[in-house]
Ligand binder design. Structure first.
Ligand SMILES: NC(=O)C1=CN([C@@H]2O[C@H](COP(=O)(O)OP(=O)(O)OC[C@H]3O[C@@H](n4cnc5c(N)ncnc54)[C@H](O)[C@@H]3O)[C@@H](O)[C@H]2O)C=CC1
Ligand SMILES: O=C(O)C(=O)[C@H](O)COP(=O)(O)O
Length: 379
């Protein structure tokens, strides 16, 4: 791609600071070269649009499925960047076999999501500021391990389960132990699927390094929910289909469990039956801080610069206003939580969109598009 004169980029308009990062000067272009950036809603990026625009670069977030259906007739795209941690919407094997470079933004919002989880717990159980409790964490990668650090700052016990990592003082329990012995269980796994007998699908999983003995779709279902005492809170800020939605609804009906969902199995449509039973519900914004989103953009910008063999010159730090949100201050003044993050406001905004027994996809996406990005607390 370093020989391309003019670069055409199709990008999800929900990517933060697109123009500040992806312009001729920041992409090392000379005065005779141009960067044409077309930004559209992520769900509107389709094969026809790519055929019409013939972009060199595709920049997405989590709502654009990328694979054969999108790229079968592609002659132009050489780089796909997803400004997200999750990659379940991208067929990475398809990209690799078609010689298309892929980058995602691993870890970009790990503090933001961990802070979302902490806020949810402390909003629902303020006594946990003073009292020790056991936090169960399923998935101890970037977000799970960051959450564990906050938990230990608060003097909480951590029971962690991650079968793909070595045992450690954090990775210290079985799945059953985490579910049955925790006061709160928080999910931080990627969305992955079970073994396929189809050879092609199997090698795709191998290429993406997914160990499907531990597939996470419907990891939380009627059987696993039954392992959790009724008073155990459940939080999902990973991916909706990690929890079987109708099993969860039946479980809450039976146990009156406190459940916090940022992600939903049938997102972006949310059924009021489930919504009305949740302790906190938010529209997939756990990672939506200014820092989390800008870091996502920075990571894919750096990767594109590498592909273009130019030195990255834009830095998110030049775009960030002063951040006054210090974790040390909040820890010393728990009564300031609402000023750091008013999670109940996000909850109310989602519930207020209920019409005719559901929140529709347009309204759900609108809440995300127009979200006032919060600030990440400095740890
Ligand atoms: N709600 C939101 O706004 C956001 C949601 N996410 C979601 O959070 C997920 C986790 O993010 P990171 O921690 O950064 O990813 P990561 O890749 O750093 O960590 C995921 C961990 O889960 C483990 N894992 C995989 N299968 C497992 C299983 N069956 N049981 C237990 N552990 C398992 C892996 O070994 C890995 O250590 C992402 O894949 C994404 O889907 C990420 C960012 C924002
Ligand atoms: O990074 C991820 O993974 C996420 O879930 C994102 O924060 C979600 O944001 P969108 O990509 O859907 O804007």
């Amino acid at each position: 791609m370093d020989t391309i004169k003019n670069i055409t980029i199709v990008a999800d308009s929900n990517i933060a600071s697109l123009d500040e990062f992806f312009n001729p000067s920041m992409l090392g272009q000379t005065s005779t070269q141009s960067v044409n950036i077309v930004s559209v809603a992520g769900r509107d990026i389709n094969a026809q649009l790519l055929a019409d625009l013939q972009p060199d670069v595709l920049l997405i977030r989590s709502v654009t499925p990328v694979g054969e259906a999108l790229l079968a007739n592609n002659q132009s795209v050489q780089f796909v960047g997803s400004a997200t941690i999750g990659t379940d919407h991208v067929d990475q094997n398809y990209l690799a076999t078609h010689n298309i470079t892929f980058a995602n933004a691993a870890g970009c919002s790990k503090h933001s999501v961990a802070q979302y989880v902490l806020t949810a717990i402390l909003a629902l159980r303020p006594q946990c500021w003073q009292q020790s409790m056991t936090l169960g964490i399923i998935g101890l990668g970037n977000i799970g391990s960051t959450l564990a650090k906050y938990a230990s700052e608060l003097g909480w016990q951590v029971l962690g389960y991650d079968p793909l990592l070595p045992a450690s003082n954090m990775n210290n329990a079985s799945f059953e132990q985490v579910l049955s012995q925790s006061d709160v269980v928080s999910l931080h796994v990627p969305l992955t699927d079970k073994k396929s007998t189809d050879k092609k699908a199997k090698s795709a999983k191998e290429a993406e390094n997914i160990n499907d003995d531990y597939a996470t779709r419907h990891l939380i279902n009627a059987e696993t929910l039954a392992m959790m005492p009724a008073q155990t809170m459940l939080i999902n800020s990973a991916r909706g289909p990690v929890i079987h939605a109708s099993d969860l609804e039946a479980d809450i009906e039976r146990t009156k469990r406190q459940v916090v969902l940022d992600v939903f199995e049938h997102e972006p449509q949310i059924d009021e039956g489930l919504l009305s039973k949740l302790a906190i519900a938010t529209p997939h914004i756990a990672g939506y801080t200014l820092e989390g989103k800008l870091r996502g953009t920075q990571i894919i910008y750096d990767a594109l610069c590498e592909k273009l063999t130019v030195t990255p010159t834009q830095s998110m730090h030049a775009l960030l206003p002063l951040n006054m949100f210090l974790w040390s201050e909040l820890k010393a003044h728990p009564d300031r939580l609402i000023k750091f993050y008013d999670i109940m406001q996000d909850d109310a905004a989602l519930r207020n969109k209920t019409i005719d027994g559901q929140v529709n996809g347009t309204d759900f996406d609108g809440l995300r598009r127009d979200y006032h990005l919060r600030r990440e607390w400095q740890f």
